[in-house]
Design a protein around this ligand. Structure first.
Ligand code: SF4
Length: 487
């Protein structure tokens, strides 16, 4: 741990220094060669060496205004961490991130940096911004490798219990934060292992499973209990949790219901949702329920419908399974694609093709009811729709066919309504997202809190982490008021 206070950590960078710092070449993040990496499921980005990380940190202008921090949903003290890294205090720098982030190794990997911290980096106005995410997870990984995941201090036990529904990022953070405050946390997970989206939704070439394993083990060491293979709302109700054992419940079940296209032939064999595909393709079979263990063979010709990060994950997973012609079919243009540009670049490097301004209108089957052809239609961009992006408008008479072996639907996710339908007193929007007090995460029913994708719909992991921190503080407050007889 660093014993330096933040005020001594930060340097005053003179105008001359700033000029010199702006001349330092930006980090070239080492990656596995694209031809090699499609033969494995290891992370694309290779480890950094300390010197390269320190050099990159020394590009930071130590701006007192720290626009990067203000753009970070967790308000990470990036300038303070980089000053420590530059001085060689690697553990101190890692701890600087941990002061505000319960999982820098996760957010550093998964954040859309170009829209958040790095998008606001002053160095980025004249060139490449600081590689904030890359350095964040370099520091966190280095610390875990050399010292293990540091355990936070835990307050004396209060004898109070909190149930957490879902062990994805939001659920894990609530469990950690309420445990730190002295409460007992029990996390319920539908899958056989804890980790939620991080284990079952995001492929290991983006985030290695050992990061998730380490976080789960760290929480277990802290005293958190995980109850897996249990669907809350089916195997046990929220009411039962509240009646029997728990003072409060955090609903962090995310948004995992795939959106369908609603076109003829969509139910043919060989048409699969992104979740089904990614889970079967990339999660070790021993971590799956028996009914999910059938191996997947997508064949040579694969199309992925959709343009977000999940679509990129599917393209890249198909290439790793040996498919030869892997094409993203997207109804708008690249400029409107919602995902992370870096992941799109990685996908192109690996051999994915992109077909813009096109959408399937029908799927045709062949032998044994298996999809054989996607009939598509060309699109043109029209007036903006409710998302603010130009609406794709079909061009009459432009139909064409693509021969396919497998079609993967990566059109986005909706929240599951199971808990909403089995729990009285919960208010929700028409799309099923829960209505909460944004300051506290409190739902319409006392004792129930929520955050992350169950409230936002599919969104960034870092926002779920920030929601979870706020909700945990509010749960603590709620329990203490309850103990004092105020509720
Ligand atoms: Fe940037 Fe995300 Fe890290 Fe915040 S948590 S500093 S936004 S990478």
């Amino acid at each position: 741990m660093s014993d330096k206070s933040p005020s001594t950590e930060k340097k005053q960078v003179s105008a001359i220094d700033r000029k010199e710092r702006l001349k330092i070449p930006p980090l070239v993040t080492p990656k596995q060669d694209s031809k090699e990496r499609i033969k494995n499921w290891d992370e694309v980005y290779l480890e950094l060496d300390i010197e390269a990380a320190q050099r990159e940190a020394s590009r930071c202008l130590q701006c007192p205004a720290a626009a990067c921090t203000h753009a970070c949903p967790l308000q990470n003290d990036i300038v303070g961490a980089f000053a420590l890294l530059e001085q060689g205090d690697i553990i101190g720098a890692a701890n600087k991130f941990r002061e505000t982030s319960p999982m820098p190794e996760v957010c550093g990997r998964l954040c859309p940096h170009e829209l958040l911290c790095e998008g606001h980096c002053v160095v980025g106005k004249k060139g490449k911004p600081g590689a904030i995410g890359r350095l964040e997870y370099f520091l966190a990984d280095y610390q875990r490798k050399h010292e293990g995941w540091p355990l936070p201090k835990v307050a004396p036990p209060t004898g109070r219990k909190v149930a957490v529904v879902g062990s994805g990022p939001a659920g894990m953070v609530v469990a950690e934060e309420v445990t730190k405050r002295g409460h007992t946390a029990v996390v319920y997970e539908a899958w056989p292992l804890a980790g939620g989206l991080l284990r079952y939704g995001i492929p290991s070439f983006i985030i290695k499973k050992s990061v998730v394993d380490d976080k789960v083990q760290m929480l277990e060491k802290l005293g958190v209990t995980f109850v897996t293979n249990t669907v809350v709302g089916k195997d046990i109700s929220v009411d039962k949790l509240l009646e029997t054992d728990f003072d409060a419940v955090f609903l962090g079940y995310g948004a995992s219901q795939p959106v369908k296209m609603g076109v003829p032939g969509e139910d043919l064999d060989g048409i699969i949702t992104a979740t089904d595909f990614l889970v079967r393709a990339g999660v070790p079979t021993e971590h799956l329920p028996p009914e999910w263990r059938q191996p997947i063979d997508p064949g040579d010709k694969v199309i992925v419908i959709g343009g977000g990060n999940t679509a990129m994950d599917c393209l890249r997973a198909a290439l790793r399974l040996g498919s030869q012609e892997v094409t993203c079919v997207y109804r708008r243009t690249e400029a409107e694609m919602p995902g992370n540009a870096k992941e799109r670049e990685n996908s192109i490097e690996e051999g994915s093709e992109f077909m813009y301004l096109a959408a399937p209108i029908e799927f045709l089957g062949g032998e044994r009811n298996r999809v054989r052809v996607a009939r598509c239609q060309r699109m043109q961009l029209g007036e903006p729709d409710s998302s603010g992006r130009p609406r794709p408008v079909p061009i009459e008479g432009s139909e064409f066919e693509i021969p396919v072996d497998t079609v993967i639907l990566a059109l986005g996710y909706r929240v599951d309504r199971l808990i909403l339908e089995t729990t009285a007193g919960l208010e929700a929007n028409r799309n099923g997202t829960l209505i909460i007090d944004p300051e506290t995460g409190a739902t319409s029913r006392p004792g129930l809190f929520s955050g992350g994708d169950a409230v936002r719909g599919p969104d960034y992991v870092v926002d779920a982490v920030a929601d979870a921190k706020r909700a945990a503080a509010a749960i603590d407050e709620y329990i203490r008021r309850k103990q004092a007889g105020e509720t």
